[in-house]
Ligand binder design. Sequence first.
Ligand code: IPD
Ligand code: CA
Ligand code: CA
Length: 259
Amino acid sequence: MKLLEDMKKVALECGNIMLSASSDELSVETKTGCRDLVTKYDVAVQNYAVSALHEMYPDAKFFCEEGTDKDELKEGLVFVIDPIDGTANFAWDMHHSCVSIGCFKDGVPYAGAVYAPYTDEMFTGAVGHGAYFNDKPMHVTDLPLRDTIVLFGTAPYNAELWDETFRKAKDILPKCMDLRRYGAAALDLCYLAAGRAGLFFEEILALWDFAAGLVILNEAGGVAMRLDGSPLPLTGEKTNIIAGTEKTIAESGFMNGTL
Ligand code: IPD
Ligand code: CA
Ligand code: CA
């Protein structure tokens, strides 16, 4: 599929920009608070991705994390870009970050490419075309929750959500194999899609965190929704999220209020 191949090319080049960074010249600044970081590489990766995709798809619009590129999502192609997901990992030289490029078509998620340059792992998916890890088909796990690792995010920029986050984390630990907090939500969703983990939750995410991962996960046979079971908002508003398989989500107890 040409669109996805183009998105992959751009994601690979974004990854090369990330790899070219050296930790002493990142120009780290804060945004909404002291934990919410942006480096000159977040900006450089986004600028590159927007200009490359604009050249390929001149009519497409953009909804990106950095700056003000936040077009309406309702019509045509809209690229939803998190230039570096896992910016804190990036700033601290922990090699677990990715570029996440989603594409909406007429208001709904249509394609996604998530590239983790440190491990050279490319996760892709497009509606009706399946999900792929480095060009090989991938699928979610069919294991029960108790035999899987659960991933979660700490909602680091929203202190009011920390109690609920850790209550859930504590309650789910006895129901699974173990917990991980890796620090890049787009990759968390791709790890589910690749069958590496069974469940993921976070109390707040932005559209750019999950737009690409959602398509990839759905195409790999997984599901994602709000913590009350309703569909994720596709309007650009922030949301909580639970993702996994039908089985692991049911076993978690999130849906019937036992967690
Ligand atoms: C963050 C990461 C993190 C998640 C946060 C996100 P950023 O994105 O995905 O894992 O816990 O909620 O905001 O700021 O590194 O792009
Ligand atoms: Ca992010
Ligand atoms: Ca980011």
